[in-house]
Design a protein around this ligand. Sequence first.
Ligand code: SAH
Length: 575
Amino acid sequence: MNKLGKLLVIGFGPGDMEHITKRALDALAESEVIIGYNTYVDLIRPLLNGQEIVRTGMTEEVSRAQEAVRQAEAGRKVAVISSGDAGVYGMAGLIYEVLMEKGWRRSDGVEVEVVPGISAIQSCASLLGAPVMHDACTISLSDHLTPWETIIRRVEAAASADFVIALYNPRSGRRTRQIVETQAVLLRYRDPKTPVGLVKSAYRDRQQVIVTTLEDMLNHDIGMLTTVIIGNSSTMVYDGLIVTPRGYQRKYTLGSAEQPLKPHERLRPEAEPWSLSAGGAGEAAAAPAAARQAQSTAVLERPEQPLAPAAAPGPAELAAEALGRLAAGGRLPEDAAVRWSGQAPPVSAAASGTAPSHGKPALFEIGVAPGVGNKKFSARQMALLADAAGEEGELEYTTDHQIILRVPCADPDALVARLQEAKLIIMPVGDVIKVKACDFCNLEKDDAVPVAERLQVALGGLSAPKETSIALNGCAMACYGAVLEDIGIVYRKGGYDLFLGGKKFGRNAHPAQPVAEGIPVDQIADIVEGIVAEFKEKGHPNERFHKFFKRVGVVGGFRHEDAPVTVEVNPVCGD
Ligand code: SAH
């Protein structure tokens, strides 16, 4: 029996020597004959060591594949080369087609090895920033081997499903209309300002990288060697780079080292109202198109573009719709909003800096109160809040005597400044320290007000492993329930009593442990600040203060004591 050869189908990457894989180099070295399109052979010429070269023109792909199979069957080791990846509009498929045609079998036919390479979508994306990042697809606009009708249907499907799209073979000397028609379809689904990257000859001589927009892209040079990358609805441009966020915009807080959605929370449907398991997105998708359109126009600017009648809403729309519905009355999970995550002065990067250049700005969420002890909003403050919420925001009154303002907002700094000007206390929402106090009902009991205010200034809004309440009662009646909180402080004439590690809710709720009595006024704030610092430093992410106290045993010099064990009562009938 004749010795069988081997077919090595090699993707050599974008075209420079740095981005070719080790296996591709070895495969080239072990081959006896190289078959490829002229330009590609030239690109890898420095890597050759005397192999026979079979050069062909661009359009002779089928004959190239046939020749490769013939030579391999004659016992030779044949390298068939493609730029990028051989399995992406390359030679791999054709080789297998020729083999299949001949009845080839893996068990006894010539050996085939497909060597993967870096495809244009990846090499071009790397030069643009990180435009792909999320769900993406490649579409070749070449209608030599594929009917145009199929291609444009795919463009439309990808556009409506909000894929990032990499267009290969966007234009050649003769094929110039395809890219024009493609742009027109894309514009029916995407904002004209959607970022678009044009990369020509990535990692080759005469490399060219252009960042433009969907409406402007045709005003630039696009040719045979260009890959066009179209962003999705959340893609943005930053300092000349195109970046598609990992998640849909409104889901996380940037500007904060710790993401508000912890891994286990991510699994809860209520934290992701747009997920299939939450039902909201599914419902929206099933709703009649007209109803869907009516709903979405309430929260989106995007559907100004005529939507194709059969088009399903994209994931961004579903997410925004779900948020919109919640903002309109339902419960909005805290973590779905972009929060103000800074201490004074407020940080705006979280909201304004990350908002896409089109559509609504991200939802901004902030807690406001008229004072630590003061529960009385003035008419002017209420009017200001109503104005700030406007038609699209909401105001939620909480059990902590705080109003939470949620509103789509492009400039949180300006909003925060307005609220502060009206003497409102501003607090970030989420895993932060909350300082609360009773309203010091009787003027004789307001000695503790300065301590509450100092604690608010020093600790209010600081990030913490988990939301933590410090509550202060102005008299020993402790009617405000400070002794049930994470950290409770009760003022009596003569000093402050301190309580640590309360758990207010749940079946195993328990009051805080009394740890000290009669702490002098000049020490109480320092002591509490020290405890908070220790919690911030040593607490595990997501750990509640009472658990932390129990785990570490001693906090601020105060020792944890286990609560008395409850007795199980088992009342058997009649006994
Ligand atoms: N197998 C190749 C694609 C071949 S189709 C791959 O995986 O990359 C040819 C198209 O690929 C070109 O029209 C262009 O859109 C894209 N392309 C290939 N190499 C490129 C490069 N270095 N820079 C930009 N685009 C490239």
